[in-house]
Design a protein around this ligand. Structure first.
Ligand code: KG4
Ligand code: ZN
Length: 337
């Protein structure tokens, strides 16, 4: 079965084609147009600029994704699209476009939750991966721990109470004059610093929740205090110590979740899951506990439509299609525990 998928929930427009015939999980094309340069000027994503840029990009990306895959629209069996959560005006661009195609070609229309999509990115490079498993999405907008009971049944058991992980990286990066989004540059900066330079407060709360806002404020206060005293600001050491605190919080909560759920397989996805320090620590944790770890390559961690195609396939298989009155939703309808 050939799925054509669309993603426009934030600042990447993406179109992908994937083949899920007879148990295969083959990504045939995945075209993404990033708007990072457009938003960098403002230090964050400007919703209206995002919607306009999606509108400009989506048709030609679709053309390119189909031609990369060597297929035409008449070969497509279903259309999948991110319908929640995200910036509403941005989401509506791909939702409307997908609906137009579903209408014209009488194709099933499959709505996909963006956070579930991030997790589904892992299916391509881990062909044996099957629910049940445990998952964490660490992105610019979300930090969620989810018990994935079936491929379409996600129960959120932990989440951030304030900033998302990627957002915390971006805010600390801004303190060092690094343009938005600063996560990747922080990764490189931290690699050159001493993680033991200072101990920042923990971001892991009781239960499985996180709070990254207090950690970020501790970094801000430390930098301001050094500047006020006229002392040098060792950005590499601060980045390394901040990253160590983030990573420690993640491992702490994954470890509590393992004690509670006894999961055998763990998926970590989302833009901030590209972080090399996080990847290393989670790999060590998984190895020590005998957990099978599935992390998409960094190119599939950031927002893309390949992940929407994968989750779209499972949603379609479970009968979760939508009518042509499908709307976008800014918030998620995930189950909470
Ligand atoms: O998943 P994503 O592309 O978009 C959202 O759904 O939010 O995640 C983007 C976030 C940004 O905050 C970015 O700074 C962060 O992921 N990020 C990183 C790294 N690469 C991207 N954070 C830490 N280390 C990285 N290597
Ligand atoms: Zn995302």
């Amino acid at each position: 079965m050939i799925i054509l998928a669309f993603e426009s929930s934030c600042d990447e427009t993406s179109v992908a084609v994937a083949d899920f015939s007879e148990g295969s999980r083959r990504l045939l094309s995945n075209r993404t147009a990033s708007q990072v340069a457009l938003h960098a000027l403002y230090g964050g994503v400007v919703p209206e600029i995002a919607s306009r840029a999606h509108t400009e990009a989506i048709s030609s990306l679709t053309y390119d994704a189909l031609s990369d895959a060597g297929i035409s629209l008449s070969d497509v069996d279903a259309v999948a699209v991110t319908s929640e959560p995200g910036l509403i005006g941005a989401l509506l661009v791909a939702v409307s476009f997908a609906k137009g195609l579903a209408f014209r070609y009488s194709l099933p229309l499959v709505p996909v939750n963006h956070i579930h999509g991030h997790v589904a990115a892992a299916y391509y490079e881990h062909p044996g991966l099957e629910a049940p498993f445990f998952s964490m999405v660490a992105s610019g907008g979300h930090t969620s721990l989810m018990d994935v009971r079936t491929a379409v049944d996600f129960v959120t058991v932990g989440r951030t109470r304030d900033d998302a992980i990627g957002e915390a990286f971006d805010k600390v990066a801004r303190l060092f004059g690094i343009p938005y989004p600063g996560g990747a540059a922080m990764d490189a900066l931290a690699a050159r610093g001493d993680p033991g330079y200072i101990k920042f407060p923990s971001a892991a709360l009781d239960g499985l929740d996180f709070s990254f806002s207090g950690l970020k404020t501790a970094v801000v206060n430390h930098v301001h205090s050094l500047s006020q005293k006229g002392l040098p600001v060792p950005s590499e050491d601060i980045a390394a110590s901040f990253t160590a605190a983030v990573v420690k919080a993640v491992v702490t909560n994954l470890s509590c979740a393992h004690d509670r759920f006894g999961y055998k397989t763990l998926v970590i996805a989302g833009g901030a899951a590209s972080n090399s320090h996080l990847r290393k620590a989670v790999a060590e944790f998984s190895e020590n506990r005998g957990i099978e770890l599935c992390m998409p390559s960094p190119s599939l961690c950031s927002d893309n439509a390949a992940m929407i195609a994968a989750q779209g396939f499972f949603e379609f298989s479970a009968g979760n299609t939508a009518g042509l009155s499908l709307n976008a939703r800014p918030t998620s309808r995930t189950s909470e525990k």
